[in-house]
Design a protein around this ligand. Structure first.
Ligand code: UD1
Ligand code: MG
Length: 477
């Protein structure tokens, strides 16, 4: 049910300088979702009356992602005045006249925060007389964060940013998580007082806390139980730490759902992937995008799957696959490369050092070794010989190869597309198939083999080969 007394402001206008990236900080991903996507998903669970996202840096790119993850969020553009305080000030100005509830402020760069923690924060705020309640955490390494400064009797007094802090303030280990609930009227009043007189020349939202205290209001800090919940991402080291933490949670979740993950440390599973009971994931495996893996399948070791569908009891070993479907009981790898739109039906095989693309390989059909199969349709029960290449590209256009059912093609063939090999046909080793092969025919293009007797002894006298040949000929072999 919508909380009519709640508005959420999501801060997403900052530049993210410390990422040193052409990609806006909040569009960097963990578990396959942009940082801002995690925050918006959590915000969405609170069902607030209004959700406002503040943008500025790369505003079009950020706005697009906001729309994807939270279509009903209002977008507010931050002006030239920098700082989290200015961002909130402009968001507050966009709230409808009649709204008089609480304002929850979350940062787009705090992705691991969950809805339960936010719900508790809002409840704590509403149960108190405080005009602001914020989340804090005690960190072993508080560097970079705003520090919570308390009075001698332990009351929250103000927040000092790392860059403005004295040495003794920097020694404080309780940090501001950047997540707050404010009463709207008090927030509005104090934001008007905030200046840019600080080390960064920004309007700090954090200054509101000290100002509220000076004005005689109560403010409170609620410590989180687990500091990782409020980890802020400012640089790539923090990005990888948050990714590892989230991944550990995801892997553990699947393990408790009946998935065997042999080595959680080297297994990466995106948030949108789904795995059935009795799936086995071997070390060094990345399961990305909307990949789904059915019961009994074994994936890995050293396998990357992006947006793939793996059927029941299939086996996918040392493979890189994108947008591909592997049928039940089928086998892929080791060392296979499945490019987009590969469909391998039940009990089929794509074997060792095989690359496929835009191809459908029918039930029970096999491409076991050293092949490139592109733009191809293979029927059921066929076997494509070792070292087969579909020559699908004429230098200008791509053409399709069709291989029927129960076909047996020889080793080291080239299928020059467009070409069709009929049901039950055979091809000999080394065949270059340029013309359609009728059903049941044997196609061969090789010229007959010619043996020139005595050639080595004549032309390579004195070599080991010539000596061996002479000895063999003498003994009548
Ligand atoms: C901020 C807090 C700090 C806290 C930390 C927690 C301030 C002044 N400091 O610092 O006390 O410990 O978060 O992670 O608030 N943003 C805007 N407009 C701006 C600047 C930033 O919308 O003008 C957004 C950013 O996109 C980001 C969030 O606000 O999502 C926080 O900004 P960031 O620059 O990361 O602040 P921190 O230095 O981490
Ligand atoms: Mg930050």
């Amino acid at each position: 049910m919508t909380d009519e007394r709640l508005a959420i402001i999501v801060l997403a206008a900052g530049q993210g300088t410390r990422m040193k990236s052409a990609t806006p900080k909040l569009l960097h991903e963990i578990a396959g979702v942009p940082l801002i996507g995690h925050v918006l998903a959590t915000a969405g669970q609170l069902d607030a009356a209004y959700t406002i996202t503040v943008v500025r840096h790369e505003r079009d790119r950020v706005q697009e992602v906001v729309h994807d993850h939270f279509p009903s969020s209002v977008i507010v553009d931050q002006d030239d005045i920098p700082g989290t305080g200015r961002a909130v000030e402009q968001a507050v100005a966009a709230l409808p006249e009649g709204f008089d509830g609480d304002v929850l402020v979350v940062s787009g760069d705090v992705p691991l925060l969950d809805a339960a923690t936010l719900t508790e924060l809002i409840a704590a705020h509403r149960a108190s007389r405080a005009s602001a309640t914020l989340l804090s955490a005690v960190l072993d390494d508080p560097a970079g964060y705003g520090r919570i400064v308390r009075t001698d009797d332990g009351m929250l007094d103000r927040i000092v940013e790392h860059k403005d802090a004295t040495d003794s303030e920097r020694a404080l280990r309780e940090i501001n998580a950047g997540v707050y609930v404010f009463g709207l009227a008090q927030l509005r009043d104090q934001l008007a007082q905030v200046t840019t007189a600080n080390a960064q020349g920004e309007k700090y939202l954090t200054d509101v806390i000290g100002l509220l205290r000076r004005a005689g209001s109560d403010v409170a800090a609620v410590p989180v139980s687990e500091p990782w919940l409020v980890a802020g991402i400012n640089d790539r080291a923090q990005l990888s730490e948050a990714a590892a933490k989230l991944n550990a949670l995801i892997v553990r979740g699947w393990q408790l759902n009946g998935v065997t993950v042999v080595d959680p440390a080297t297994t990466w599973i995106d948030l949108k992937a789904s795995l059935a009971e009795d799936v086995t994931v071997l070390p060094g495996t990345q399961i990305k995008g909307a990949t789904s893996i059915a019961r009994g399948a074994v994936v890995g070791p050293d396998t990357t799957l992006v947006d793939c569908e793996i059927g029941e009891n299939a086996e996918v070993k040392r493979t890189d696959a994108t947008l591909s479907v592997v049928g039940a009981g089928a086998s892929v790898g080791p060392f296979a490369y499945l490019r987009p739109n590969t469909v391998l039906d039940a009990d089929g095989k794509i074997g060792t050092f095989v690359e496929t693309k835009n191809s459908h390989i029918g039930a029970g059909s096999k491409v076991p070794h050293l092949s490139y199969i592109g733009d191809t349709e293979v029927g059921v029960g066929s076997n494509v010989g070792a070292g087969t290449i579909t020559a699908n590209y004429d230098g200008v256009n791509k053409h399709r190869t069709q291989v029927g059912s129960h076909v047996r093609t020889g080793s080291h063939n080239v299928f020059v597309a467009p070409v069709r090999i009929g049901d039950g046909a055979y091809t000999g080793a080394g065949t270059v198939v340029r013309k359609d092969v009728p059903s049941g025919a044997l196609a061969i293009t090789v010229t007959p083999q010619r043996n020139m007797a005595g050639w080595v002894e004549e032309n390579r006298p004195g070599t080991d080969a010539a000596t061996a040949a002479a000895a063999a000929n003498k003994s009548g072999e």
